[in-house]
Ligand binder design. Structure first.
Ligand SMILES: CC(C)(COP(=O)(O)OP(=O)(O)OC[C@H]1O[C@@H](n2cnc3c(N)ncnc32)[C@H](O)[C@@H]1OP(=O)(O)O)[C@@H](O)C(=O)NCCC(=O)NCCS
Length: 391
């Protein structure tokens, strides 16, 4: 397939991005692999090409993605399948989501867009733009037919402007970034600060403490109550166990390849049973340890209702963050990050490091949401805008 791409590049004049000849098509199995080969320099990180393709195939088999993943290609109409030149490519995933309005909770599918790519020699010709335009047209037709996909989301690594022109509005994209902490410093800090010790969570604990029907119902009740107080649509990707499993499939794949002598990464988060504060994390392995990050994918806790409760919750969070910092150290990672901290989380970080500053991302991983619902100018609030929903 790649050979066909290159011969086309040598022998033909490429159409412009606004040419009526261009169409967006779902990739065949072979074309999906060809698209992965093309985009591998952007996203393979420390893996070689084969390991990158195996990673992508492994992730595509996870319960989160196996039924709703489509690779889209921008191609010239009329080229036979298998010989089509890939001008640009991207992926869409279907996610389970909720839409809450006027006190009514609806379970809806949402679309997540990722891996938007144009190979270097074709860039600047308007292919990525055209691909996204075509995708938007397909998405906008779908709700009219089924009234089912009310919003889509993506995480832009190219700032806020490119996707805004197609209707994806940037949403809060802030995080704390904290350094790893070695064991002796961790022990000293816990003793000195008189903080409780966090318990570690394995996958099944995350399922029990963070994904149970009770937890989900409690969160939905918060959205429902909020929707009775304000007219905006409240949406969120359901933070189900499948999301965590997807992230862990990724980290376990890397760990097996890159840390052959180390025990597998079984600790998937930390918590405090007394305060009922829990978080789940994953290890994201970059090209170098400096680029490796332990992400807290999601927090679960009861919103405090008094200043004493706030302090207690913040203390529990502080000890959990410390535990995450120790985990980052043990996996040779450069930092711990968590997204869109609430005021209690800010307090927790201040307990650990009063000088730590929130970072507002302008360029990378900018959370963007596009509303496809009936009312065009509807105000839309994105709940649970945390790292777990990223893919
Ligand atoms: C980003 C990318 C898909 C753009 O492809 P392309 O076909 O060259 O894009 P187009 O020609 O359709 O559009 C060009 C527009 O995108 C903007 N753009 C391209 N790369 C950009 C970047 N890294 N940061 C910000 N804007 C960028 C250009 O400034 C231009 O804007 P203009 O229309 O206002 O002049 C391509 O550069 C790429 O594959 N990069 C590597 C992978 C990547 O980062 N993907 C984005 C993931 S969110």
């Amino acid at each position: 397939m790649i050979a066909a791409d290159h011969s086309y590049l040598d022998n033909a004049v490429l159409p412009s991005g606004d040419s009526p000849e261009l169409v967006l098509v779902p990739a065949s199995l072979e074309e999906r692999i060809a698209a992965l080969k093309l985009n591998s320099p952007a996203w393979k990180g420390p893996l070689d090409l084969d390991a990158y393709i195996t990673r992508e195939n492994h992730l595509a088999q996870q319960s989160l993605t196996k039924d709703g993943l489509i690779t889209w290609l921008l191609v010239v109409q009329g080229q036979p399948e298998g010989e089509r030149t890939i001008l640009s490519s991207c992926e869409t995933y279907k996610k389970k989501a909720v839409l809450v309005q006027n006190g009514k909770v609806e379970y809806v599918p949402a679309l997540s867009i990722g891996s938007v790519f144009c190979r270097p020699e074709f860039r600047g010709k308007g292919y990525a733009k055209r691909m996204i335009q075509e995708l938007v047209m397909k998405m906008d037709m779908e709700p009219k037919a089924t009234n089912k996909v009310p919003f889509s989301l993506l995480y832009s690594d190219i700032g806020k402007k490119f996707y805004a022109q197609f209707g994806w509005k940037p949403y809060p994209s802030a995080h704390f970034s904290l350094p790893p902490v070695p064991k002796d410093a961790y022990d000293r800090a816990i003793v000195r600060s008189d903080l409780p010790t966090a318990r570690t969570l394995v996958a099944d604990d995350v399922r029990r403490f963070m994904c149970s029907a009770d937890v989900v119902q409690k969160e939905l009740e918060i959205l429902r109550a909020a929707s009775q107080r304000s007219p905006s649509a409240k949406v969120g990707v359901i933070p189900d166990f499948d999301h965590f499993k997807w992230h862990w499939a990724r980290e376990e794949y890397y760990a097996e390849l890159l840390f052959k002598d180390k025990a597998p990464p079984l600790i998937k988060g930390a918590g405090d049973d007394q305060s009922r504060v829990y978080c789940a994390w994953n290890r994201n392995f970059g090209e170098t340890p400096e680029e490796s990050t332990l992400y807290i994918l999601r927090w679960v806790y009861d919103e405090p209702t008094s200043s004493e409760e706030t302090e207690k919750t913040a203390q529990a969070m502080a000890t959990i963050i410390r535990r995450a910092q120790l985990e980052a150290y043990e996996w040779n990672m450069a930092k711990v990050q968590f997204w869109n901290p609430t005021s209690v989380m800010e307090r927790a970080v201040a307990i650990l490091d009063p000088t730590a500053q929130i970072v507002h991302r302008e360029q990378d991983s900018v959370a963007c949401l596009r509303w496809h619902g009936a009312e065009q100018d509807k105000e839309v609030e994105w709940f649970w805008n945390e790292k777990y929903a990223w893919c």
